[in-house]
Structure formats: structure tokens, C-alpha cells
Design a protein around this ligand. Structure first.
Ligand SMILES: [Zn+2]
Length: 172
């Protein structure tokens, strides 16, 4: 099986096309960059409401979403995110299949962080995933909104409500 097909399956990229994979360097060291784009002919949808919407502009160019690590190697998904002109929301970046609107992390990464936040200590989540506590708080907020009753993420609601108190003294 080709590497790009493996990546499709494990990175939530089933509805996207992988253009390439490369090793890159950023301020934190080496990172595996998976560049992706929406499939040809895929409908452009508003990132907020997922309604079909006409093209607006190119937005702010290419963006990175942190994905789950591959061993000790950090992984990001890179893609161009144009904006559509949503009837309800106006110019908005398009919906991408691998991440929630406004997130800097993939949905797979966020679900893992949220699951850990509900079950382990703040230092375990931030240490294992190598993210700041304020990122965990933002992730949990989005995951609580998205989960809405999913058993898999039970316990998150409490964390979501208590997050400010829970976060005190753990800020990174
Ligand atoms: Zn919209």
C-alpha cells in the first residue's frame, strides 16, 4: 500500500487528497508535513455551518494543523484554505474534513487531548502531547460542543465547566 493511502486512512484525510509528504524544520525541531487539499470537485462549504457557498477569495494562504505524533516525530497537515461567501456568515474559511472550524489541531488530535484531559492530570496532557495548557482548554471547549452526549467523551462536560479552576496553577 502506498504511503499516501496509509496517511489518508489514519489522518482523517478520507475526503481530501494528499499532495505530498516531507520533513521540515520549525522552531521546535523536525516535523513531518502532510500537504493536503480538498478532492477535485468537492463542494466548498462554510467552515461554520457547512452549507455550500460560492468562492470568495484565497484567504490567508497555507495553514498548519498539528496532528497526532508519529512516534516521537511531530506531524502537521498543511493546506490552503480559501474563503467562501456564506449566505449566513459572510466570508468564512472553508470547512476541512480533518479539523473543526477555528482549530489549530486535527479532530483526531483534539479528541485524544480531550479524552486525556477528562482522565489524567494537566501535566500528563501537556507533557504527553507537547502543548500548552491554554491549548488544552480551547480544545476541550470545542470538543464539549461537538460531543454533545457522546459516551466516548463522557466526563468532558465537567472539565469544560471547571476548566478555569482546573487550569489554575497548571498554566504553561
Ligand atoms: Zn455559514
Amino acid at each position: 500500500m502506498r504511503l499516501t493511502r496509509v496517511l489518508h486512512r489514519q489522518a482523517g484525510l478520507e475526503r481530501a487528497a494528499v499532495e505530498g509528504v516531507r520533513l521540515d524544520d520549525d522552531t521546535d525541531g523536525e516535523v513531518l508535513v502532510i500537504s493536503a487539499r480538498p478532492r477535485k470537485g468537492a463542494a466548498r462549504r462554510c467552515g461554520r455551518c457547512r452549507a455550500r457557498a460560492p468562492w470568495y477569495d484565497r484567504g490567508w494562504g497555507r495553514r498548519w494543523w498539528r496532528h497526532l505524533d508519529f512516534g516521537t516525530l511531530r506531524v502537521v497537515i498543511e493546506a490552503a484554505v480559501p474563503r467562501v461567501d456564506c449566505a449566513e456568515h459572510g466570508p468564512t474559511v472553508i470547512a476541512v474534513p480533518w479539523a473543526r472550524h477555528g482549530a489549530r489541531f486535527t479532530t483526531a488530535f483534539e479528541d485524544t487531548a480531550a479524552w486525556l484531559a477528562a482522565r489524567t492530570s494537566a501535566s500528563a496532557v501537556t507533557g504527553l502531547l507537547r502543548i500548552a495548557w491554554r491549548s488544552v482548554v480551547a480544545i476541550v471547549g470545542r470538543a464539549v460542543d461537538a460531543a454533545a452526549g457522546a459516551d466516548r467523551l463522557a466526563g468532558l462536560k465537567r472539565i469544560g465547566i471547571d476548566e478555569v479552576a482546573y487550569g489554575k496553577g497548571h498554566a504553561t
